[in-house]
Design a binder for this molecule. Structure first.
Ligand SMILES: [Zn+2]
Length: 183
């Protein structure tokens, strides 16, 4: 598991860390989603909705004209809640896995063609990207606070974060938030 301070540490620009902090705090305080595409743009990404194969949720591609040199492309046919998670996941690849020293290197996270076998390090990177995304949304007690305020109701909590209920179910296990006994 990754915690919120590790998310902050992964972002080299200290000013930009404030945007991540505000995103995390506001959702936990207000119990309603904050635009994650706005957050990504504050961090210098271009974010676009594009046509992608059904099983590709999004990808990070180099984009010379964006502020930080990268564009996050999101599958336009995915649900809004899935898209929110994917923006966080792709940002994670930028902060954790991008080789900044070579902006023209092959994009590792572009859609893989047909029969692609993930190498062990790719799987590890996928897991890390999801952990970073989870820590951005739920870290620093955000999940615990919303969970308590909304009476431990998965559906309401999912709505508050603007995420799929499945993402919340996984998070409750990973973040040690226990569903109430209801019988
Ligand atoms: Zn990924």
């Amino acid at each position: 598991m990754m915690n919120f301070s590790e998310v902050l540490d992964s972002v080299p620009n200290v000013e930009q860390r404030k945007f991540l902090r505000a995103f995390n705090t506001f959702q936990a305080d207000e119990c309603r989603p904050v635009s994650i595409s706005d957050l990504a743009q504050q961090l210098g990404f271009e974010v676009t909705l594009v046509e992608l194969p059904r099983d590709v949720k999004g990808r990070l591609v180099s984009q010379a004209f964006s502020q930080n040199g990268y564009e996050i492309q999101i599958n336009r046919n995915a649900s809004r809640r899935q898209q929110r998670w994917t923006v966080a996941h792709e940002m994670a690849h930028f902060y954790l896995h991008t080789d900044y020293s070579d902006p023209f290197s092959e994009d590792s996270y572009r859609a893989a063609p047909g029969f692609h076998f993930y190498r062990t390090d790719e799987l590890k990177n996928e897991r890390q990207a999801n952990e970073w995304a989870a820590a951005l949304f739920f870290g620093d007690n955000a999940l615990r606070r919303v969970w308590t305020k909304l009476d431990q109701d998965i559906e309401s909590v999912a709505k508050a974060f603007g995420l799929n209920e499945e993402a919340i179910r996984i998070a409750t296990k990973n973040w040690g938030v226990t569903p109430r006994a209801n019988f």
